[in-house]
Each structure stands twice: as C-alpha cells, then as structure tokens.
Design a protein around this ligand. Sequence first.
Ligand SMILES: Cc1cc2nc3c(=O)[nH]c(=O)nc-3n(C[C@H](O)[C@H](O)[C@H](O)COP(=O)(O)O)c2cc1C
Length: 194
Amino acid sequence: MNDRLPRRRVLLGVCGSSSATGVHGLVELLREHIAPQVIVVATPAAVPFLTGFPGPVTGDADWHSGQSPLHVELARSADEFIVCPATANTLAKAALGLADTLLTACILAYPAPVWFAPATNRAMWSNPVVQQHVAVLAARQHRVLEPAPNPSLTDGVNRQGGGNPAGVACAWPDVVAALLRHYIDDLDEKGHPE
Ligand SMILES: Cc1cc2nc3c(=O)[nH]c(=O)nc-3n(C[C@H](O)[C@H](O)[C@H](O)COP(=O)(O)O)c2cc1C
C-alpha cells in the first residue's frame, strides 16, 4: 500500500450519466494520486453504463447481502467520498435527504462532506431547481464542483439532429486536481507537519 497518498480509501459513487462509461479513467487517477483503494458504488441507473468496467462494482443488488447494513459499513470505512458523475436526480435526492439507493443511503450515512461532480445536459444544469439543490448541498458544507462544457454528453434533442449537443461535466483530472488543491489549502490553514 502507498502510505504517501493523502487518503487510504475512497468511496466513488457513480450515477446514470453517459459520462459514467469512462469512469475507470477516474478510478485510475484516484488510485495514483489520492488513495490506493477505490470502492465503486453504482446506482441502478449507472449499471448499464459500466458494462466492461475492469473491477468490482457494488450496487443495490449487494445491499441486503451482508450482516450489517452495507450503506453504514461503506460510509464508515471511507476517508473520502466522491460522487462522479453526479446526475441531476442524485443531486436532488442528496439535497432532500432521500435514501432509496445504496448510493444515496451512503451519502446520508456519511458523516463528513461529500464531493459532487455533476454531469448533465445544459438544459438540466441551468434549470433553477437543479441549481437550488446544488445550493442546498453547498450550504451543508458538501463540495459541488463546477462542471465545464462537455461535448460527449448529448441529449435527446441532439440525437434527432438539432439543439445544443453538449452537456456539462467535470473532466477526471479536474476532479483530482480539486481534491489535491483542497488538501493543500487545508495544510496551509492548519499547518504542515514537521
Ligand atoms: C443514455 C442516457 C444518458 C443519461 N445521461 C444523464 C446525464 O448525463 N446526467 C443526468 O443527470 N441524467 C442522465 N440521464 C438520466 C438518468 O440516468 C436518470 O435521471 C436516472 O434516474 C438517474 O438515476 P441515478 O441518479 O440514481 O443514477 C441519462 C439517461 C440515459 C438513458
């Protein structure tokens, strides 16, 4: 195990967005820069996007398999919790405190701030209700990353040949950079170890 990484175990929540398809790239970056162990928890809507994912994926089908509630176990064991890509749906559930998937139950059971990296089409992202949920999460000390235009996220309008093709999402390196920047700011504030 690499003891020099800033965290030991990351819980990575993956939601049902098109950008979940390449999430193994983020897992690799997290293993390299943040924590040796990355546990992937997928929502039921994310599962179809994770076909061929090279590693274990924990999901709602595993929820009832253990002795103690899995959402409590997972939340307790994580040093960092990132939801990426975060859908408008899961952002809304997290803001409202709903816990009807393993992932949203983990979010509710996690005792520290969660990082959310949203990925939606543009219309969804600029919808006031989505922005309201983001503001609620930020007000509760969760960390919501600002997504950037991403041409790989399309919507139904685009598939029919018109409209705005691009959605918004955080690039994987930007997610990792945000975490590292936060750790450095924290060290600057609290002082560096001798
Ligand atoms: C092909 C496809 C791509 C989708 N991409 C997104 C997306 O990028 N962002 C989003 O918020 N919802 C997206 N959705 C809709 C979500 O999958 C849907 O709202 C789902 O209920 C989300 O569930 P979850 O938040 O539990 O993962 C997509 C749906 C489909 C079928």
